[in-house]
Every structure is written in structure tokens, then in C-alpha cells.
Design a protein around this ligand. Sequence first.
Ligand code: B12
Length: 135
Amino acid sequence: MMTPALLSAALMLLLLPGSPAQDSNQTPISIHVTNSVTNAPNKTYTTFVVFRGILLGGMRRLQDSNTDFKFKYTEDPNYGPFLTSVNGLAGCSEERTYWELLVKKPDNQTIRPDVGIGCYIPSANDQIILNFNKY
Ligand code: B12
């Protein structure tokens, strides 16, 4: 039987930032910003999502911690968040450009998810590719 003091010490350990309990809740991912239209240099960042967390959460965390990464999205009434701009570069319907979402899996296969940033749930070590492209 745990005494109340032991119980609160155990709870504190679980809640302390950086404790093993919190680290095991972090799914590491990297985010690569690429451009198939102008071939501008790629940028790579690392961040994480929580257990079964959505990509948008990891992107927000990265934006909050790294002034070099910023993005914008609009809310589609049917499909949720639509990524409109990354690092100041926005897709444009007149020029038929948009931000494409690709994912390179740890087995090196690159997939094109059939959902957007608000629904995609990254797996550990996914390489998320935000690729400026044409349609
Ligand atoms: C055309 C189209 C696009 C075009 C839209 C631009 C344009 N001006 O035409 C482009 C190429 C940009 C596009 C991109 C993507 N798309 Co799309 N797209 C379609 C498609 C074929 C038709 C949409 C349409 O014109 N509807 C008719 C108009 C009148 O209705 P609307 O509500 O105004 O349509 C708008 C929305 O559909 C929105 N939109 C389009 N795709 C997506 C995706 C997401 C996640 C969101 C939030 C909104 C959105 O753009 C349309 C024009 O403004 C549909 C499939 C279908 N047959 O419906 C897929 C579809 C909507 N797209 C889909 C997906 C997954 C994507 C991408 C995430 C693919 C990727 N991995 O990169 C990206 C979005 C990435 C981002 N930036 O957030 C999925 C969404 C499923 C879901 N539950 O999330 C669909 C259903 C296709 C599928 N795979 O089943 N798409």
C-alpha cells in the first residue's frame, strides 16, 4: 500500500518535464520544407507529436520554438485545416501552386497522405515533407 507522500512523489515524477514518462509520450519527427517549383534550398527541422497526436500539433510546437519556421492555414468546412503558406511562401490558385504533404517513412518509401495536416497522425521518425508544388 502506497503512503500519500509516496503517491504524490510518484505523481510529481510523472508530471516533471523531461521525465521518462513524458519522453515516452513524444513521437519524434522531422519536417523538411522543399520546393519543386523554384528548387529553393531545402530546410530541415525536428519536432515531435504526442502519442497519436496530429501533425498540426507538431507544426505548431515547432513554430512556437523556432522563429525560422512559420506556417499558415485556412479552415475548410469539410476537410479541416488546409496549409496555405510555409515560411512566408503562399500557394496561389492563379499560378496553380500549393503546399503538398508528403511523408518519407523510415523504410524510405515516400507516401502522399490522403488527408491533410489536421488529420495525419505521424509515426516515430516520419520525415514530413512540405513541398511547394504545382497542380
Ligand atoms: C482539386 C483538389 C485539390 C487541389 C485544390 C486546389 C484547387 N483550386 O483546385 C489541390 C491540388 C491544391 C489539393 C491539395 C490537397 N488535397 Co485535395 N482534392 C481535390 C479534389 C480532387 C477536388 C476538390 C474540389 O475541387 N471540389 C469541388 C469544389 C467546388 O468544392 P470545394 O469545397 O470548394 O473544394 C475545395 C476543397 O476541396 C479544398 N481542398 C482540396 N484538397 C483539400 C485537402 C484538404 C486536407 C483540405 C483541408 C482542403 C482541400 O480545395 C478545393 C478548392 O478550393 C478532392 C477530391 C474530390 N473529388 O472531391 C481532393 C481532396 C479534397 N484532397 C485531399 C487531399 C488529401 C489533399 C492533400 C492533403 C494531398 C497531399 N497529400 O498533399 C492536399 C492539401 C495539402 C494542404 N496544402 O493542406 C483529400 C481530402 C481527404 C481528407 N479527408 O482530408 C481529397 C478528398 C482527395 C482524396 N485523397 O480522397 N487538392
